[in-house]
Design a protein around this ligand. Structure first.
Ligand SMILES: NC(=O)c1ccc[n+]([C@@H]2O[C@H](COP(=O)([O-])OP(=O)(O)OC[C@H]3O[C@@H](n4cnc5c(N)ncnc54)[C@H](OP(=O)(O)O)[C@@H]3O)[C@@H](O)[C@H]2O)c1
Length: 265
């Protein structure tokens, strides 16, 4: 028996940031289908968040759309305070929001404000909500937190210094949180996708990436949002309670064949 099917208790609650589309939407749908009440956070696109809620409800689950900019501490307070007032619990937090679209630019084309804005936004999107949620999880003595990083954090030669450095900062932040949260019964892990087919990647990834991955990834295909969602859901499962502080790649085996820092077309 998992915490999901324990009779007589309110459903476990999962907050997924940036869940209106892409990886966050796929994660919200999967978690909703597994019996969690899902808080579908979004920043501006209410229609896409409402569509995710409708899809979860159509499949027999429950969900609530919740607008909040996760980089704004006051909005995060209102979001998490509202969830706790309504449900009295937060069992899982998935820090997924794609807070600032990545740009492909190397050192020569990156300004200091570009770099600082990207690093600041990534860390803000993780910091405020983690502080708020971890307080509640600590009181409950249990909880799961998952951060969305990127394989880009360790890739070089792809002209994306801001994105890489900001995700490396997220990796480090997650390790710090994992070290502190373990004693409260809270596990903290990071998922690092490679190239995933989402709106963000459509704007960011080079043309011809599908063909390139067909030749250069072990699985011979691009990663889909559902692939990443499945790994996130695994990290929230009661049976993975001993897994914390891990950084899990979900890149279809792209790195395996590269034997070094990958070069995109
Ligand atoms: N796609 C990839 O290839 C890839 C690869 C590696 C890592 N990742 C990581 O995976 C995560 C999801 O990426 P994705 O491609 O699925 O993104 P996406 O398709 O661009 O979706 C981003 C979502 O984040 C929300 N969002 C943006 N800023 C926000 C904020 N300040 N507060 C709350 N919500 C906010 C958006 O909401 P609105 O639409 O309402 O603004 C949207 O629902 C990101 O952390 C990304 O860095 C993605």
């Amino acid at each position: 028996m998992t915490d999901i099917d324990r009779p007589g208790e309110e459903k476990p609650v999962a907050v997924v940031t940036g869940a209106g589309r892409g990886i966050g939407a796929a994660t919200a749908r999967l978690l909703g289908g597994q019996g969690r009440h899902v808080i579908v956070n979004y920043r501006s696109d209410a229609a896409s968040a409402a569509a995710v809620v409708s899809a979860i409800e159509a499949a027999g689950g429950t969900a609530t759309a919740a607008r909040a900019d996760v980089c704004d501490p006051a909005q995060v307070d209102a979001l998490i305070g509202g969830v706790l007032a309504a449900h009295g619990r937060i069992d899982a937090l998935v820090c997924n929001a794609n807070v600032l679209q990545p740009v492909r630019a190397g050192l020569a084309d990156t300004t200091w404000p570009d770099l600082i804005d990207k690093v600041t936004a990534e860390l803000a999107g993780a910091f405020f909500i983690t502080q708020r949620v971890l307080t509640a999880m600590r009181a409950a003595g249990t909880g799961r937190i998952v951060y969305l990083s990127s394989m880009s954090a360790g890739w070089t030669g792809k002209q994306q210094i801001g994105h890489a450095v900001s995700k490396a900062a997220v990796n480090s932040f997650a390790q710090q949180v994992a070290a502190e949260a373990g004693r409260y019964g809270v596990t903290v892990n990071t998922v690092a996708p490679g190239a995933v087919r989402t709106e963000a990647s459509a704007a960011f990834m080079p043309a011809g990436l599908d063909d390139y991955l067909a030749k250069h990834a072990v699985l011979g295909r691009m990663v889909e949002p559902d692939d990443v969602a499945a790994v996130i859901a695994m990290l929230l499962d009661e049976r993975t309670a001993a897994l914390t502080g891990a950084l899990i790649p979900v890149d279809g085996g792209f790195d395996v064949l590269q034997g070094g820092p990958p070069r995109l077309p």
